[in-house]
Design a protein around this ligand. Structure first.
Ligand SMILES: [Zn+2]
Ligand SMILES: [Zn+2]
Length: 848
């Protein structure tokens, strides 16, 4: 491939393209001894010769005291550290408690974790790295690099070095063992494949995907290696102030999913400060990527404390993820308007309107359409499995790079969808998942903002249209006027019925759609509430068409995706896309813009799961949370960018420190007072009945029935038995959700309540359940099983089960159809989307 890349790169004459190639070349031969490496010699020495003993703090009581103080005050201020220190020194003047600055130096020397600093343009155009290293002025805006008359950079940015963090994480036995998850999981997957003639029953991690397994099979990835994911996102630091800051993070995929996305395991890599959007992101990513490439070339020396051995690890860059706009910086693609505008760079060409430059990926050819280069016949809705094509990418890249002038470049850019060669071409092909295969999908933005924007614009009749194609004639454009207002209220009134574990409930959509409706709100709205709330509002066939999307997305959002469910999702998505073109676009050239990339992207979702596992494993939900966290930690608003870097570095150092010295971490969260651990992750939480109470007759009958089915207990009871029981208010489930009993929940006013008493079951602590009916069959059929409406059966159907059969908390939202009698209570079911994942990211409810 290198030979081919050289051929592709030669004879490039446009300046920006040459710069991009220079960055790539610098990565291809990256070394910690080359001119691009700004890491100090002692750090490099330590990288090559890591300490091979655990760090023993037991003999250093003063340091221990200092560390405890430092960690306890991390989220407050230097002043509060000093106040605590002074208080201790007053009482024990002989103690040598280190000062705050001494502590910072100590922490960086114990962990070996530090950052490299580079100068950057004051207007944040670019960083003076790689080919820009020796420039005195910014080539974009001409701003000088240094403050006048000095050698001090006007602005700097930090790159946190990954190698020392990784070494530190191996320097304690229990921390090192976390890396072993991957090899264990991999061998389980390989066993299952061998036992079932090459097929898996479900996809439940990146490692189930064929891309990873292929690299294991061909020897690119071995047991000792470390698999990384890079994730980049823009952060707006102040709600009311426009400020652009970009953060990238490293995720260690070797850790189990319930560890890897947590705050203390996600490693900030670098901060690209504002105030403006960077004009050259490569220059900011370069120091971090150069460091990784250099480690890939020489191997990273690691001492594994769990088995006391030194070994060489190879780093493998599996995925690069970003939200929509940031992704264009990473993959160097135009984004959605090019002829090959697909994010995965699949070979499906778009079509454009007679007078518009933008291409749209409509698979069906418009009626009476002649357009040179894009009037190809209908393309099939199948065959998306082999979509991302490295050959096509390189061929088109070659065509782009050979542009003789700016005019030709612009033409070729639109034609190919490539703006520049991606910097990731600088990675050795056996150390990366491939280009463009290494770019992850973004289920978060696709599933929420992108699809919501399109569908709601259609249903509200607010989408752009040709003069002769009035929304008033669109049969699907029904969400307007009073219908829209009522719909908005219906959404808001579901709030009391969504349990706290569902996080933020969607607000009144009619009022708030333009005031920052959050991704999570869209998720709950589209895939939770909409199938019920749009029933009989969105007319057929548009309603049932939409339900296909809902059913498929509910499957795709899961952390564990069963193979037969995936097949179902794939069929539903294909049929959704095909019918979307038939129902909405209708081969009308004036409606080509209805066929956005967000619709096309759905065709890739299921095949991509087979390649890289469930999309949620590489979704942006992780990033959002970490960025939010870092943002909250900023204490000096005068220069948030510098401070963010400091906090990011400190976060990395403290993560490393706590990994090396586990007992520095907070003590294990003890169970709240009065709770009882039932084992297997089930915990009873108060309130509890103070006195035993007699069961109601219906409950006693149900209990008897339960014992009847439990053979051992059968002989113990007789028909006239009326047992006494103690009731509990709450049960914490293994997934972190808290199920509440009706006993306490019914005592609260509805306005204050987030109902959580509805559970999906699967005690000899026992739960007494009052059942819902089987779902309304007609509605299930009409909605592709997405509108699940049940009648509450009350005291007439009471059942007793063991609590360990309770799997999760679901929402049941009241709903009435004309055919329901006045006394009947019906509810529709909403499950929490992507439940597993939020629990992985450290969510779940507090005990409090
Ligand atoms: Zn500049
Ligand atoms: Zn595609």
């Amino acid at each position: 491939m290198f030979q081919t890349l050289e051929n592709i790169f030669e004879n490039t004459c446009l300046e920006d393209l040459i710069t991009a190639i220079e960055f790539i070349r610098a990565l291809q031969c990256a070394s910690h001894d080359d001119i691009h490496c700004k890491i100090d010699q002692s750090t490099i020495h330590r990288l090559r010769n890591p300490p091979n003993t655990p760090f023993d703090i037991s003999s250093l009581p003063d340091l221990r005291l200092g560390l405890d103080l430092f960690l306890a005050n991390m989220n407050s201020s230097v002043e509060s550290f000093n106040a605590n220190r002074d208080a201790i020194m007053r009482r024990h003047p002989a103690d040598r408690v280190p000062s705050y600055d001494q502590m910072k130096r100590q922490i960086s020397s114990i962990t070996g974790v530090g950052s490299v600093v580079h100068a950057m343009c004051k207007n944040s155009c670019l960083a003076f790295t790689g080919p820009f290293t020796n420039l005195d002025h910014c080539p974009k805006c001409n701003e000088p690099k240094f403050c006048p008359g000095t050698k001090k950079a006007q602005q700097e940015f930090h790159t946190i070095l990954l190698g020392p963090v990784l070494q530190a994480l191996w320097r304690d036995a229990s921390s090192a063992k976390k890396f072993y998850y991957r090899r264990q999981k991999t061998s389980e997957i390989i066993c299952e494949l061998q036992a079932n003639s090459g097929t898996l029953s479900s996809y439940d991690d990146f490692f189930s995907g064929s891309d990873y397994l292929e690299n294991v099979r061909n020897g690119n990835i071995r047991d000792n290696d470390i698999i990384l994911m890079l994730s980049i996102d823009g952060a707006q630091l102040y709600a009311h102030k426009a400020s652009d800051c970009w953060i990238y993070l490293w995720v260690i995929m070797d850790f189990s999913p319930d560890n890897r996305y947590k705050k203390h395991h996600v490693l900030p890599g670098g901060f690209i400060p504002g105030p403006n959007k960077p004009k050259n992101i490569d220059s900011f990513l370069f120091p971090g990527l150069h460091h990784v490439c250099a480690m890939q070339r020489e191997g990273l020396q690691i001492w594994d404390a769990s088995v006391d051995r030194l070994f060489v690890s190879q780093l493998f860059l599996a995925l690069n993820t970003a939200d929509g706009p940031a992704m264009a910086y990473l993959n160097g693609l135009v984004g959605h308007h090019g002829k090959f505008g697909c994010r995965l760079y699949c070979p499906v060409p778009g079509r454009h309107k007679p007078n518009g430059p933008h291409y749209y990926p409509a698979l069906m050819k418009p009626t009476d359409y002649t357009m040179s280069g894009c009037d190809h016949e209908d393309l099939p809705f199948t065959h998306f499995g082999l979509a991302s094509s490295s050959d096509l990418y390189l061929r088109n890249l070659n065509f782009l790079l050979k542009s003789p002038n700016e005019t030709q470049y612009k033409k070729r850019r639109l034609e190919t969808g490539i703006t520049k060669p991606t910097i990731f071409l600088g990675f050795s092909p056996d150390r990366i998942l491939g280009v463009p295969g290494c770019f992850g999908s973004d289920i978060m933005h696709l599933g929420t903002f992108n699809l919501a924007d399109l569908l709601l614009s259609l249903w509200r009749g607010t989408l752009d249209h040709d003069t002769g194609d009035l929304p008033s004639d669109w049969p699907w454009a029904v969400l307007n006027g009073e219908t829209w207002e009522t719909h908005g209220k219906d959404v808001a009134s579901a709030t009391p019925f969504l349990p706290g574990s569902f996080d933020r409930p969607p607000r009144n959509i009619a009022d708030k759609i333009n005031s920052g409706y959050k991704a999570w709100e869209w998720l709950l709205y589209l895939y939770g509430l909409a199938p019920a709330l749009l029933y009989k509002i969105l007319p057929e066939p548009y309603y049932s068409h939409f339900c296909k999307l809902v059913r498929a997305m509910r499957i795709i959002h899961q952390y564990h995706i069963r193979v037969d469910d995936l097949q179902l999702a794939n069929n539903l998505l294909k049929s959704f896309v095909e019918e979307y073109e038939t129902l909405y676009y209708q081969r009308k050239v004036g409606r080509l813009h209805f066929c956005r990339q967000s619709i096309h992207a759905l065709l890739h979702l299921a095949p991509k799961v087979t390649r890289i596992g469930p999309p949620i494993c590489s979704s942006q939900w992780t990033m959002e949370r970490t960025i939010g966290n870092l943002g909250e930690e900023i204490r000096q608003p005068s220069n948030p960018y510098a401070n963010l870097s400091q906090r990011g570095l400190l976060r990395c150092q403290v993560n490393a420190l706590k990994a090396m010295i586990p007992d520095l971490g907070p003590p294990q969260v003890s169970l709240p007072r009065g709770s009882i651990d039932l084992g297997d992750g089930y915990i009873l939480l108060r309130a509890q009945d103070r006195y035993e109470r007699l069961m109601h007759p219906q409950e006693a009958t149900a209990l008897l029935h339960f014992f009847d089915t439990t053979a051992a207990a059968r002989s113990l009871v007789n028909r006239y038995w009326c047992p006494k029981v103690t009731r509990w208010a709450r049960l914490r489930l293994p997934n972190g959700q808290v199920a509440r009993s009706r006993w306490k929940e019914c005592l609260k006013p509805l306005g204050k309540l987030r109902t959580a008493r509805n559970v999906k079951n699967s005690i000899f602590t026992l739960a007494v359940l009052s059942l819902y009916s089987e779902p309304d069959h007609d509605l299930l059929t009409a909605s592709h099983d997405t509108f699940i409406l049940c009648k509450h059966l009350g005291d007439s159907a009471i059942q007793v089960i063991e609590v360990s059969r309770i799997k999760s908390v679901v929402a049941m939202v009241p709903y009435k159809l004309d055919k329901h009698g006045p006394e009947e209570q019906h509810y529709f079911l909403v499950e929490r989307p992507g439940l597993d994942v939020v629990c992985l990211g450290g969510g779940g409810e507090d005990f409090s």
